[in-house]
Design a protein around this ligand. Structure first.
Ligand code: 5GP
Ligand code: ZN
Length: 115
């Protein structure tokens, strides 16, 4: 738990969210400002600031997140139609919340521009 981290507060229930999936390591919830009909944020419950902060102490976390991708895409009914996953890293990558998270986007044909 990091003080003043919005996503830690969501994990703790201090900020409400629309939960899509949860297990002991990972939480997934609807993005508050969706960029597509389906836009889910998947986070480790543990506070890890960025993709670059995954060290051997939490080496399994990407596997846990990818397992959640399978669950979330099926729950949202877009696993067969298709979807996109994105992890923004640091300022020029567009990261705004510094608690590691994967965006899962779908429910429409996504545009190809990456900004
Ligand atoms: P980033 O730009 O850091 O990769 O993405 C952060 C994402 O978190 C954004 O898509 C933003 O809409 C979402 N977000 C920010 N604050 C909240 C919140 O309080 N609740 C939810 N559900 N999503 C949030
Ligand atoms: Zn956090």
């Amino acid at each position: 738990m990091a003080e003043d981290c919005i996503f830690c507060k969501i994990v703790n229930g201090d900020i409400p969210s629309r939960k899509v999936y949860e297990d002991d390591k990972v939480l997934a919830f609807d993005d508050i400002n969706p960029m597509a009909p389906v836009h889910v944020i998947i986070i480790p419950k543990q506070h890890i600031p960025t993709l670059l902060d995954i060290d051997p102490d939490h080496a399994d976390i990407m596997g846990d997140i990818l397992s959640a991708v399978r669950e979330v895409s099926a729950i949202k009914g877009i696993d067969q139609k298709g979807f996109r996953t994105v992890i923004n890293c640091n300022e020029e990558g567009g990261q705004v919340i510094f608690h590691l998270h994967m965006h899962l986007l779908g429910g429409t044909r996504l545009r190809d521009d990456l900004g």
